[in-house]
Design a protein around this ligand. Structure first.
Ligand code: HXC
Length: 515
C-alpha cells in the first residue's frame, strides 16, 4: 500500500473505533441524559489536549461467541490531557460497548494508564459507567478488578485519584472509586451499589429502586461515599476543574500558587457573622470566607455529616485545607461520620503537602446509645490519629467552645498543632459550664434554699473561672489570644513561617490506624 492508502486505512480504522457501540447504542445513551465517553473526556480536559491511546486494543473473550464480536477499544477510552494546563491521565468506560463491562483487555487498558500516571506522577481521573465484570470473561474479569484495586492502593498518597460515577457502578466495581481520593456523582445518573435491587429483593425480600438504593443523593448525603454532588454532567466537570486547581500533581509537589487576593470584606464581616449570644449558631463557612482569598471556599462532602465542614481555599495565593466545626448543624459536635469525614481529609492534605487550618467551636463528642454502639470510640479515634500523624503546617483557631475530647481532637497543641490561636470568646474547658456546675457543685445546689438560684450562681462562677481562653493561655496551650479581625493576619503569618516545616515521626513500616 502507498502512504496515501495507508493513511486512508488508518482513517477508516479510526472512524470505526470512534463509533463505539454504534449509533443505536449512542442514541440510547443520550436518551438517558448521558454524554458519550469521549464527549465526557473532552469536556473535562482543556480543548484539543486529549491524546487517546490503545484505541485498537481488542477484547480477549472467546466463550459464548465473544470471538465473533468486535468491541471497539474494549469498552474503555484512555489517554492524557490537561486541565487548566495541569497534566492528567484519564480513562472513561464506554457504556455503548457491551455496557462498559470490564473484560481482561479493558482492565489492562485501565491498569496501563494508571501505571502511566504513577510513572509520570500526575493525577488520574476515572469515569465509571459500566455493567461491572464482563460475565462472559469470568475470572479474567475479576482478575482485572483485583489489578485495578491494587494499583489504586499503590497510588494512594502518591498521586491524586479522582473517580467520576456517570452511570452504573455495581458489584465489586464500586471498590475502585472507594479506594480513590474524590468521588463525584451526578443526580439521576450515578448508581452505585454492591448488590442491586434484584438481589436485595431475592435475599431479603426488601424492595427499593436503584435511585433510592445507590443514587447520587444517597451517596452524597447518607453514605458519604461521594464527595461532590452535581445536577448535570457539565456541572460535575466544572467541579472537577475547580478541585484540580487546589491540589498538587503528586506528593512531591505543592499545589500551584495563585496571585493573592483580599477577602471580600464587605460581604463577610466577622462582627456581623459571629453572634454575641454564645448559644446562638452561625455558619462557620462565612467565617472561613471572611479570611480567605477572594472569599472563595471549595467545600468537600458538603451534604454529608455537615456538622463538620472541610474544604479548600487559598490564603495569600496558596492552598490551605480547612476543617471547621459547624455550629449550624448539631452545634458542630463530633460523631462517627464527622470524625471519619475530617480524618480522611486531614490525611489527604498531609499526603499532598497542603497546610491545615482548623477552626474550633464544638461542645464535644455526641453522646448517645446510637453513637456508642456505632463505634464513636473507634471513629472518633481516627481524627486523633490523623491529626497526630500529620506533619504539614497545622494552625488552629479556637472561636468559641472547645470542650473535653473535642478540644483535644480538633488539632490542639497536644496533637502537635504548630500554632493555636484563640479568640477572646473562646471557652476551653473539660465540659460546658452547666454540666460542670451540676457535677462539682452538686451538694451546694441540692442543699441550697433556692437550688435554681444557686445553680445559676455556680454556673456563672465556673464560666468566669474556666470558660475563657486565658487558663489555657496561662499553660501555653494557646499561643496567642487574638482579636477576631486579626485572624487572617495571624494565619497568613503562621503559614509563611511554617513553609519550611520539617517534622518526623518514628520510623515504622506503617501505623495501624483505627480503620
Ligand atoms: C457483559 C453486559 C454486562 C456485563 C451489561 N452488559 N452488563 N455484558 N457483562 N456485566 C451488556 C448487556 O448485555 C447489553 O448488551 C449492554 O451491555 C447494555 O446493557 P442493558 O442491560 O441493555 O442496559 P440497561 O438496561 O441500561 O441496564 C444496565 C445494567 C444491566 C443495570 C447495568 O445491564 C445489568 O444489570 N448488568 C449486569 C450487572 C451485573 O450484575 N454485573 C456484574 C456485577 S458482579 P447488548 O449486546 O444487548 O447491547 C461484578 C463483580 C466484580 O462486577 C467483582 C470485583 C471484585
Amino acid at each position: 500500500m502507498s502512504l496515501r492508502q495507508k493513511t486512508y486505512d488508518l482513517k477508516k480504522r479510526m472512524q470505526g473505533a470512534m463509533l463505539g457501540g454504534g449509533s443505536k447504542a449512542i442514541e440510547k445513551q443520550k436518551a438517558t441524559g448521558k454524554m458519550t465517553a469521549r464527549e465526557r473526556i473532552v469536556s473535562i480536559l482543556d480543548p484539543d489536549t486529549f491524546h487517546e491511546y490503545d484505541i485498537f486494543v481488542e477484547h480477549a473473550g472467546k466463550d459464548f461467541d465473544m470471538d465473533k464480536k468486535y468491541l471497539p477499544g474494549d469498552g474503555v477510552i484512555t489517554g492524557t490531557g490537561t486541565i487548566n494546563g495541569y497534566p492528567m491521565c484519564i480513562f472513561a468506560q464506554d457504556f455503548t460497548v457491551a455496557g462498559g463491562s470490564l473484560g481482561y483487555m479493558h482492565a489492562k487498558k485501565i491498569c496501563k494508564i494508571m501505571d502511566h500516571a504513577m510513572k509520570l506522577k500526575v493525577p488520574i481521573i476515572g469515569i465509571n459507567d459500566s455493567g461491572g465484570a464482563r460475565i462472559q470473561e469470568g475470572v479474567n474479569a475479576l482478575a482485572g478488578y483485583g489489578d485495578i484495586f491494587y494499583r489504586n492502593t499503590q497510588a494512594s498518597g502518591v498521586i491524586p485519584q479522582i473517580s467520576v460515577i456517570l452511570g452504573p457502578c455495581a458489584g465489586g466495581a464500586v471498590y475502585s472509586p472507594a479506594l480513590t481520593d474524590f468521588v463525584f456523582v451526578v443526580d439521576k445518573i450515578s448508581k452505585m451499589f454492591i448488590t442491586g435491587p434484584e438481589v436485595i429483593k431475592t435475599v431479603l425480600g426488601e424492595e427499593i429502586s436503584q435511585e433510592n438504593l445507590g443514587g447520587a443523593r444517597v451517596h452524597a448525603e447518607i453514605s458519604g461515599n461521594a464527595h461532590f454532588f452535581a445536577h448535570s454532567e457539565q456541572e460535575c466537570f466544572e467541579q472537577i476543574k475547580d478541585l484540580v486547581s487546589y491540589i498538587p500533581w503528586n506528593n512531591k509537589k505543592t499545589a500551584e500558587s495563585f496571585p493573592p487576593k483580599a477577602p471580600k470584606s464587605r460581604d463577610y464581616k466577622i462582627g456581623t457573622i459571629f453572634p454575641t449570644n454564645p448559644a446562638e449558631p452561625y455558619d462557620v463557612r462565612s467565617i472561613i470566607k471572611s479570611i480567605v482569598d477572594n472569599s472563595e471556599f471549595l467545600e468537600v462532602s458538603e451534604l454529608f455529616a455537615s456538622n463538620i465542614v472541610i474544604g479548600y481555599a487559598r490564603i495569600n495565593g496558596d492552598t490551605v485545607g480547612f476543617v471547621a466545626n459547624q455550629p449550624l448543624n448539631r452545634a458542630g459536635v463530633l460523631d462517627c461520620d464527622s470524625s471519619d469525614k475530617a480524618a480522611r481529609f486531614v490525611r489527604f492534605c498531609d499526603s499532598f503537602n497542603i497546610p491545615l487550618v482548623t477552626m474550633v467551636d464544638l461542645p464535644g463528642y455526641l453522646p448517645g446509645i446510637d453513637q456508642e454502639h456505632a463505634g464513636v470510640i473507634r471513629h472518633g479515634a481516627k481524627l486523633l490519629y490523623a491529626y497526630s500523624e500529620a506533619t504539614v503546617p497545622k494552625i488552629t483557631v479556637i472561636l468559641r467552645k472547645a470542650y473535653g475530647g473535642g478540644y483535644i481532637a480538633m488539632c490542639s497543641h497536644h496533637l502537635k498543632a504548630d500554632f493555636v490561636f484563640a479568640w477572646p470568646t473562646a471557652e476551653i474547658a473539660v465540659m460546658g459550664p452547666e454540666g460542670a456546675a451540676n457535677i462539682i457543685f452538686r451538694s451546694e445546689i441540692m442543699n441550697a434554699e433556692d437550688p435554681e438560684e444557686m445553680r445559676r450562681v455556680k454556673v456563672q462562677e465556673y464560666k468566669e473561672k474556666f470558660a475563657n481562653p486565658y487558663v489555657a493561655a496561662a499553660y501555653g496551650y494557646v499561643d496567642a489570644v487574638i482579636q477576631p479581625n486579626e485572624t487572617r493576619e495571624y494565619v497568613t503569618h503562621a503559614l509563611k513561617i511554617g513553609k519550611s516545616k520539617e517534622e518526623y515521626r518514628p520510623e515504622k513500616k506503617h501505623g495501624v490506624p483505627p480503620f
